[in-house]
Design a protein around this ligand. Sequence first.
Ligand code: PMP
Length: 335
Amino acid sequence: MWPVLQTLQQLDAFSHLAKLQVNGSPCVLAKRGGFPVGFPPLSGMKVYINGKFYSEQNAKVSVFDHGLLYGDGVFEGIRAYHGRVFKLKEHIDRLFCSARAILLDLPMTHAELMEATIETCRRNKLNDGYIRLVVTRGAGTLGLNPNRCSNPQVIIIAGKIQLYPPSLYKKGMEIVTVATTRNHHNAVNPAIKSLNYLNNIMAKIEANIAGYEEAIMLNAEGYVAECTGDNIFILKGSRMFTPPLSSGALHGITRGTAIDLVTDLGVLTSEPNLTRYDLYNADECFLTGTGAEIVPVVKIDQRVIGNGKPGPVTKKVVKAYKELTKVSGERIAKR
Ligand code: PMP
């Protein structure tokens, strides 16, 4: 029996499992690294929709919403640590950039969106967790014309997330390159954090089928773009490298933080086009993402990176990131 996924939190809780159709019904292929199998129970969560709070059961949008019908909308994945929302301003800045790129007028100001996000954490008594901020195009007709959509829906969900088991952060991850090419920037620019994630999902499915959690996506020219839900960094000698945004990498907030943190460690980052050869010959490699945080990578397409263990610079970045999340961010508690 395949249970119905009721919240994004539950979807995320299952993202580590490979799912395939067997005799027409979905089946769970793999359980990895001590992950619990099953869905977190409904938790009394309060979901924000357009200025009001609803229980999980009553948090609903129209089936005519173009966010559902066409993936027409934008979103952010944000984290809270120790009673503070980490890099909130940067996330809302990026939300505005994504919305502008798809000509979606956000119905709230930057300050209002920040406050609504913090208030959602308060209502859910969330000090540490994951926040999903979604703005859909709103309900329209069955045609795809966005002009027929009236009210963008602003949805904020504050819950928990654990993308990977703790052991994976200690041992490091093995990843593979997949055949699905990152969207061309003249088709759907990967810089837009849109609700249309099929490109990433197709790549993730390939990774899962191959038995991996995460995959490297190349762009149409064959250069490394990013992973399905994370940016990628390599260290070679005394320099750090990460693909340029023009390669099809998301302007990751954690990417920016990692660049700052390695700079503080005296390591400069540059952003040239990278090939798989560059990755295979790296001394160290790690992934960055709000949900995943900093993930050491120890094998790429079966090539061992460095000595096959998380490298010293990677470990320092992981530590520095953890320290930063303890002291930085917008306070959730009212002063
Ligand atoms: N690339 C993609 C495709 C993503 O979805 C994400 C966010 N999960 C990232 C990179 C990392 O971005 P951020 O550090 O802002 O979370």
